[in-house]
Ligand binder design. Structure first.
Ligand SMILES: Nc1ncnc2c1ncn2[C@@H]1O[C@H](COP(=O)(O)OP(=O)(O)OP(=O)(O)O)[C@@H](O)[C@H]1O
Ligand SMILES: [Mg+2]
Length: 445
């Protein structure tokens, strides 16, 4: 099936015979002689790649092409230029700024085929990062790896049920993001989402923070205060770092969960409350139960549904996907920055690293990289990986092999326009072996 469209604007018919050789089986080729005809093709099809042949063209041709390129931000353009056209400095600057790649006439079909393959890959990446209904994740959570896909399937079921949820995961894995997604995509989305960080509030204050108090309940209680549980009425109460909740309050919380009523401090009447509880922890609560710092009965009340967020190092291709997304968001927010992507040493370093701070650390490293970089591509050292090569424990032979294998397979796939048969032939392996490698390395086709 032809899944990608490639446009060729070739006023003098230079591409005639080599052109069929340079496009892959899944690429539909539209060859036209004028910019007007190109516009017609573009109005009906999204073209991933556009080729333009420049040879003794009138100056208006370049202007028309400039307009066409400006109107098609999701298309990658490749210039094919005659040696004479390339003599002008002004024209060289135009090619440098507006085109993904360029070739000089006469064409070398193999090189052009590779270039079209790369451009198709880049166009697809751009589309996936820009399209609001994109394929880079779900519920506002970035991830396409098998482990995150299975997480999203669980999350989908969780959204439909109105039961307590316990989110477990290392620091920085996105627990709060998931809690917000549970609120935003559930029937309670138009009601409050209230966050209480049980670890950040002094234990003397957490009682009034959760339950509120009546005026005059204690010295200093000059006004009635609504507690977080009451404030969450109708919506979702998110208790972050639930493992840090003091023992006596664990008993109170248990009663609230059983009775769905709260009593403000100093009050005689209880108030009925309807909320969905979402709790999160980075500590092992079962371990805490054994250490007698967490109540077992509360654990069973909270743990009706458990979601386990995987650490970043287990998310394969999501590391690069997240890095690209963070870079894109950051650069569009700061505007001035020139960084467009990551160098291959940065990709290798990110893939091999063990990410103890997970997604939060990745965000910090990319932001740091944008500030430190002076090129278009962020390098490993821009991301703070200068000690990477000196830390042998982070680079196992297995990781190095996987990273090398990924480079080779990805480059070859892109060069062959993602055609598995051609790539397998080029790499000297069977299609089955190649499919296995693609799945193991989490490469997106
Ligand atoms: N899959 C993801 N896609 C996009 N952004 C993410 C993802 N996971 C986490 N983030 C972002 O990473 C940062 C850390 O996430 P979050 O605060 O939800 O983690 P956490 O597990 O609650 O961390 P901690 O245990 O330290 O409280 C946030 O800025 C969040 O938006
Ligand atoms: Mg958190």
């Amino acid at each position: 099936m032809k899944t990608r469209h490639v446009l060729a604007i070739d006023p003098h018919g230079h591409l005639g015979s080599p052109l069929p050789q340079v496009t892959a089986d899944d690429q539909a080729l539209h060859c036209v002689e004028s910019v007007a005809a190109a516009r017609k093709v573009l109005s009906k099809n999204h073209c991933s790649v556009g080729l333009v042949v420049f040879d003794s063209c009138p100056p208006t041709f370049q202007e028309d092409i400039e307009q066409l390129i400006a109107a098609t931000p999701m298309t990658e353009w490749i210039g094919i230029v005659s040696p004479q056209a390339f003599e002008s400095k002004q024209f060289q600057a135009f090619i440098l700024n507006a085109f993904h790649d360029y070739h000089t006439l006469p064409i070398e079909p193999q090189r052009l085929a590779m270039s079209i393959g790369h451009a198709c890959g880049k166009a697809r990446l751009r589309l996936s990062l820009t399209d609001p209904g994109n394929t880079s994740g779900r519920f506002g959570i970035c991830g396409t790896s098998p482990i995150m896909t299975s997480f999203f399937r669980q999350l989908e079921k969780v959204l439909a049920a109105d039961l307590p949820v316990l989110i477990c995961g290392e620091s920085g894995t996105g627990k709060e993001l998931v809690a917000r997604a549970i609120h935003d995509h559930s029937a309670r989305s138009d009601k409050p989402f209230v966050v209480v960080n049980c670890g950040a509030i002094p234990s003397t204050l957490i009682q009034t923070e959760l339950f509120g108090h009546e005026q005059g309940a204690f010295t200093g209680a000059v006004k009635t205060k609504i507690g977080s549980i009451e404030a969450a009425n109708g919506g979702v109460l998110f208790l972050d770092e639930i493992g840090d909740l003091p023992m006596d309050l664990q008993g109170n919380l248990l009663r609230v969960l059983q009775e769905h009523k709260i009593t403000r401090l100093g009050a005689t009447q209880s108030i009925p409350i309807d909320f969905r509880l979402v709790a999160a922890t980075h500590v092992d609560l079962q371990e805490a139960i054994r250490a007698k710092s967490f109540r077992e009965d509360l654990y069973y009340r909270l743990n009706v549904i458990q979601l386990q967020l995987p650490p970043l190092r287990e998310r394969g291709g999501d590391i690069c996907l997240l890095a690209e997304t963070v870079l894109k968001n950051f650069t569009s927010a700061t505007r001035k920055c020139r960084a467009l992507g990551f160098s291959s040493d940065a990709i290798r370093a990110m893939t091999a690293y063990h990410w103890p701070g997970n997604v939060r650390e990745l965000i910090n490293r990319v932001h740091r990289g944008v500030i430190m970089s002076d090129g278009k591509l962020l390098s490993a050292s821009d991301l703070g990986f200068e000690t990477f090569a000196l830390e042998p424990q982070t680079v196992t032979l297995e990781k190095a092999r996987a990273s090398f294998e990924r480079d080779i397979v990805e480059t070859s796939l892109r060069a062959n326009g993602n055609n598995v048969t051609k790539t397998a032939r080029q790499l000297g392996v069977s299609r089955v072996t190649l499919y296995r490698a693609i799945s193991k390395l989490n490469i997106e086709l």
